[in-house]
Design a protein around this ligand. Structure first.
Ligand code: 4NP
Length: 154
């Protein structure tokens, strides 16, 4: 079992898509029993909220339902519960690196770097428009394929 936590700033736009797309692909490939996945935010402002409706909408256009997710903040315990903690952008990775307890065996990394070997942020779409959410979806789509392949082989 490989446990993965996807982390962005608010846990309402990007990381819910990273979580939802990864889960959908793992289910489609019938390998979901090999993963435990979740998402969280560096900040807790949106705690308990559903994903942003623009993230719900873009996922729905591709047949993926992320409406059941509920935002939460990263906790110290996460560094003991997850093998892999992936920040969607470099600010998230820096935050996670500072928060990580010294004794935690978790690997903290940049999402697109870990998945695709591309040292690139998933840009924050919060103040953007539908095109920005579509871009986030596409990046998560590509990254999830690569990450599953990397973690379980093909
Ligand atoms: P996310 O987007 O980090 O992809 O969930 C944001 C959501 C909320 C805020 C910023 C980014 N905010 O400032 O409340």
């Amino acid at each position: 079992m490989i446990s993965i936590l996807f982390v962005c700033l608010g846990n309402i736009c990007r990381s819910p898509l990273a979580e939802g797309v990864f889960r959908h692909k793992a289910e489609t490939l019938r390998v979901s029993d090999r993963f435990a996945i979740d998402s969280a935010g560096c900040g807790g402002w949106h705690k308990g909220e559903q994903p942003d409706r623009r993230s719900i909408a873009v996922a729905a256009r591709y047949g993926i339902d992320i409406g059941g997710q509920s935002a939460r903040q990263v906790t110290a315990d996460d560094f003991h519960r997850f093998d892999l903690i992936l920040g969607l952008d470099r600010d998230n990775v820096a935050f996670l690196g500072k928060m990580k307890p010294w004794e935690s065996p978790a690997k903290v990394a940049l999402y697109l770097e870990e998945a695709l070997g591309r040292s690139k942020n998933v840009p924050d779409p919060y103040y953007g428009g539908p095109k920005d959410f579509e871009d986030v979806f596409r990046l998560c789509d590509e990254a999830s394929d690569a990450l599953i392949k990397k973690l379980i082989g093909d």
